[in-house]
Design a protein around this ligand. Structure first.
Ligand SMILES: Nc1ncnc2c1ncn2[C@@H]1O[C@H](COP(=O)(O)OP(=O)(O)OP(=O)(O)O)[C@@H](O)[C@H]1O
Ligand SMILES: [Mg+2]
Length: 226
């Protein structure tokens, strides 16, 4: 058994649509231990989001291996990968990807319903709790289009955390937030990380946030640099 929640070995990712051939990630390896907080920093276009998508099973590596809770993850079929992602991972996207037709509360309740096969009524309280923790008790019945950018980001965060995943993958979680809210949200993440014994892998441009991690990885043109 590996002692990583998530492990990636020798990941390469190339996009090739016939017209453009882009080598985005080159021979990257990484491991995240249970409860560990790792941050990834790097300039725009260096491959951070691409890596996160591959690690979260949203995209496949061109070569290399991804293990989630010790189980080979990247070679599984779509359905099984989706199932495992739902069991173990919470994902905060760079662009929030909330379901526009549903309220904030329903968006947050969704992963719990999927994971536990529960009805909305059974998970409502837990979803409300998370929305309260991100400071949105007064916006439960708003749809994403009726929320500000920062509020949407906080709903996305509540959604990623509600099922108490072993690992949260977050792409610029505080990118759309003002300094004060960013600090508050970050403190909240730290609290919840301890409460749920959750590991976090966060892509950020926020130096302060990055520095408080157990380890910082610097990415440049798809490779780690010192
Ligand atoms: N589907 C795709 N097809 C072709 N090229 C792509 C595709 N997705 C990403 N790229 C290219 O890969 C590179 C890395 O993109 P990525 O989104 O991972 O960067 P990033 O580090 O997250 O940047 P940012 O900080 O701006 O979010 C970019 O140059 C981008 O143009
Ligand atoms: Mg990105």
């Amino acid at each position: 058994m590996s002692n990583f929640v998530l492990e990636a070995r020798h990941i390469n990712k190339t996009f090739n649509d016939g017209k453009n051939h882009v080598e985005v990630i080159q021979d990257l390896s990484l491991g995240v231990k249970p409860g560990e907080f790792v941050s990834i920093v790097g300039s725009s276009g260096s491959g951070k989001s691409t890596l996160l998508h591959v690690l979260g099973g949203l995209d496949c590596p061109t070569s290399g291996e991804v293990y989630l809770q010790g189980k080979r993850f990247d070679t599984l079929g779509e359905a099984e990968r989706g199932f495992l992602r739902n069991q173990h991972l919470g994902f905060v996207y760079q662009f929030h990807h909330l379901l526009p037709e549903f309220t904030a509360l329903e968006n947050v309740a969704m992963p719990l319903m999927l994971r536990q096969g529960s009805h909305f009524k059974q998970v409502k309280q837990q979803a409300e709790y998370l929305l309260e923790r991100v400071g949105l008790s007064h916006r439960l019945s708003h749809q994403p289009g009726e929320l500000s950018g920062g509020e949407r980001q906080r709903v996305a965060m509540a959604r990623a955390l509600v099922a108490k995943p072993a690992l949260m993958l977050a792409d610029e979680p505080t990118g759309n937030l003002d300094r004060k809210t960013a600090v508050k949200i970050f403190e909240l993440l730290t609290d919840l990380r301890q409460e749920f014994n959750m590991a976090m892998l966060i892509v950020t441009h926020d130096e302060e946030l990055a520095k408080s991690a157990d380890s910082i990885l610097h990415m440049q043109d798809g490779v780690w640099v010192d």
